[in-house]
Design a protein around this ligand. Structure first.
Ligand SMILES: Nc1ncnc2c1ncn2[C@@H]1O[C@H](COP(=O)(O)OP(=O)(O)OP(=O)(O)O)[C@@H](O)[C@H]1O
Length: 281
């Protein structure tokens, strides 16, 4: 029996009169690459927001590695081992590639480390970038920790093939590489589960082809279980082992890519006819 790493247990998320997610009941198995597809507004991102603690569901529970994380706050959930990327890129554009990754490594500092930094430097200056945090570390002699963080950051960049760009500003990277950096930043928190929200959005065909290899590679190298929202059907069908289809907040189909693309209900609600006879890679 495969182990469930993440369980969405009858989750309903209601906003006023709108039921954005309706009795979502499914699970992500350890090592699995699971796709979540469906029309715009079907509730996919809302499901991610419930899993990552941004919303507390109206009904249901989220179980991660045997722990009920439903009431947990986003940073606690990240700390436990769930990382995500967002639909629109959220990098620190003025920071270098390496700095972007280092900032995500806060988990390496204990609470008392952070307290000491806060005591010495007062509150975080208004409007400052997270670079403040790194500078503060350096100033008060956290050099050893800083060195450790840089070392780990560089190692991570090497693993994801971005090492040669470590000193570049994030804003200078082409779109496809910015998306890759976002994933790298999520990996810097040492997740067991990675949630990717439309990683291929805005990519050209070559970039999305590369992304598919990249997703498989990091799944294997970092022992991840991945839940992926994506509208690019070539990517979804090519990379996912199992797919869930959401429509009006409810799961209307579940299966292997080849089953999903033939499913009449999915074709009607979302895919259209063009995918019926296409071959998954
Ligand atoms: N905070 C909120 N308050 C009210 N309604 C919301 C909120 N967040 C999402 N919704 C609504 O919930 C529904 C589901 O939205 P959601 O963003 O989860 O869909 P989606 O499947 O991710 O769509 P897309 O593919 O366009 O990203 C939509 O009708 C949306 O307007």
């Amino acid at each position: 029996m495969m182990k469930k790493i993440l369980e969405m247990n009858h989750i309903t998320m209601q906003f006023g009169g709108l039921i954005a997610v309706n009795d979502f009941h499914n699970q992500l198995y350890e090592g699995e690459l699971l796709g979540l597809i469906g029309p715009n507004g079907a509730g996919k991102t809302t499901a991610f927001n419930v899993i990552t603690g941004i919303y507390i569901p109206t009904k249901g529970k989220v179980i991660f590695d045997g722990i009920d994380i439903t009431p947990f706050r986003p940073h606690e959930i990240t700390h436990l081992g769930i990382a995500r990327t967002f639909q629109n890129i959220r990098l620190f554009q003025d920071m270098t590639v390496l700095e972007n990754v280092i900032v995500a490594q806060h988990h390496m500092l204990s609470n008392s480390d952070v307290d000491k930094i806060m005591k010495k430097h007062g509150k975080k200056p208004k409007g400052s970038s997270p670079m403040w945090f790194i500078k503060a570390l350096t100033k008060i002699g956290y050099l050893s920790k800083e060195k450790e963080m840089i070392k780990e950051g560089l190692l991570l960049l090497e693993k994801v093939g971005l090492l040669h760009l470590a000193e570049e500003k994030a804003s200078a990277l082409p779109y496809g590489l910015q998306r890759k950096l976002e994933i790298a930043r999520a990996l810097a928190t040492h997740p067991k589960v990675l949630l990717l929200d439309e990683p291929a959005a805005g990519m050209n065909p070559q970039e999305s082809e590369e992304l598919m290899h990249f997703i498989r590679k990091i799944r294997d190298e970092f022992n991840l279980s991945i839940l992926l929202i994506e509208h690019d059907m070539k990517v979804v069908m090519g990379v996912c082992e199992r797919i869930l289809v959401l429509d009006y907040g409810a799961i209307i189909a579940e299966g292997k890519p080849e089953e999903i693309q033939k499913n009449p209900r999915v074709i009607e609600a979302y895919l259209g006819e063009e995918w019926k006879n296409a071959k998954a890679e």
